[in-house]
Design a protein around this ligand. Structure first.
Ligand SMILES: Cc1ncc(COP(=O)(O)O)c(C=O)c1O
Length: 354
């Protein structure tokens, strides 16, 4: 028996991020199932083998999944595989690869990012053109990849038609498309479409598919939809330090998530709780919700003193210090009672600020 002590209260939840949540019990069960005995290391195990069929079921017969440790690593490996040394990546200036990965794409992959300002975190063909120029000019890093995020860092959602327009435009320019799908399951649930409807079916070439925010302990997968868009992934995963030796434990988690409907149940719950939260806080005088609530993020502007007091009661991040905008994220395990308690606390703090 372990001597470990539980050091936190498992009933306490916040709204800081969907990766503050724990592990879905069905994922933990799957991990236990895969335990015991020996399996070949580095992905030559029966769980990783079985996973390919499951990913193909979601993304089509060409799909090939490469399990990795985390989302930053998956993005870096995908982008490295999609570019030559002289090529560059067009992305939104709010993209996680640009703002939140500690410069990993630049530092560890030597990538040149070409960021574009967007109103809502979404690229369009016109916005892509602000950076997709200078083809053949030896003085300019050559635009090769368009990287979009679904759902975006600003909580917005591309429709399949919007992603198709991005892909068609990129392909006309001789470029390829990477989708950071850290929250791809939330997008599918919100759009009420299969995962392939906004990826494979509309021309996305490579996807970083998120597992951690969907209920895994850890694990993401680079999913190649167009094999012609990548080179050397097998070697790049190792040289980027993303090759798990005990890969069966990443793969079995994805199997538990994707073989049935766990991914959809989890994403639907997170999205529904964000809607419930948005409705509740819009009803509180003085609280503004400045961005559309389309998946599992709610942005709001509040007086600074309220933010400070509320943060002592619940964990969440200030998104923009200057404007007093905060971000609240819901997760697979957020309950109606969690949302209602948070909204009630916000109403109290607003009252005492008035
Ligand atoms: C859109 C997006 N992409 C990638 C990541 C990176 O994931 P990780 O923290 O596992 O590196 C995150 C994490 O917050 C994210 O929100």
């Amino acid at each position: 028996m372990t001597d470990a002590i539980r050091r936190h209260d498992p009933l306490v939840k916040g709204f800081a991020s969907d990766n503050y949540a724990g592990v879905h019990p069905e994922i933990l069960q799957a991990l236990a199932l895969a335990n015991g005995g020996h399996q070949t290391a580095y992905g030559d195990d029966v769980y990783t083998e079985a996973l390919q069929e499951i990913f193909r079921g979601h993304f089509g017969p060409e799909a090939m999944a490469w399990p990795m440790f985390n989302g930053t690593g998956a993005n870096v490996v995908a982008l490295r595989a999609m570019t030559a040394h002289w090529e560059a990546v067009v992305c939104a200036d709010s993209a996680h690869i640009h703002t939140d990965e500690g410069g990993a794409p630049e530092r560890s992959a030597g990538l040149k990012l070409l960021p574009v300002a967007t109103p809502d975190g979404k690229l369009t063909p016109d916005l892509i053109d602000r950076q997709a120029w200078g083809f053949g000019d030896e003085h300019r890093a050559q635009p090769k990849v368009v990287s979009i995020t679904q759902t975006t860092e600003l909580g917005t959602l591309y429709t399949p038609a919007e992603i198709k327009a991005v892909c068609d435009h990129a392909h006309e320019l001789g470029m390829v498309v990477h989708l950071d799908g850290s929250r791809a399951t939330n997008a599918a649930a919100a759009l009420d479409v299969p995962l392939r409807a906004f990826t494979t079916d509309v021309g996305v070439d490579v996807l970083s598919f998120g597992g951690t925010k969907a209920g895994l302990m850890f694990g993401e997968a680079v999913v190649v939809l167009n094999p012609d868009a990548v080179r050397g992934l097998r070697y790049l995963r190792k040289s980027s330090m993303q090759l798990a030796s005990k890969m069966r434990f990443v793969s079995v988690q994805f199997e538990a998530l994707l073989a049935g409907d766990l991914w959809l149940r989890n994403a639907r719950n997170a999205n529904a709780m964000a809607q419930r939260l948005a409705v509740a806080v819009r009803g509180i005088d003085g609280v503004e919700v400045p961005r559309p609530v389309q998946a599992n993020a709610v942005f709001a502007t509040l007086p600074r003193d309220v933010i400070e007091r509320l943060q002592k009661r619940f964990r969440f991040y200030t998104w923009n210090e200057a404007t007093g905008e905060v971000r609240w994220m819901t997760a697979f395990d957020t309950t109606e009672a969690d949302v209602d308690a948070f909204a009630a606390a916000l109403a109290e703090e607003m009252d005492s600020s008035a």
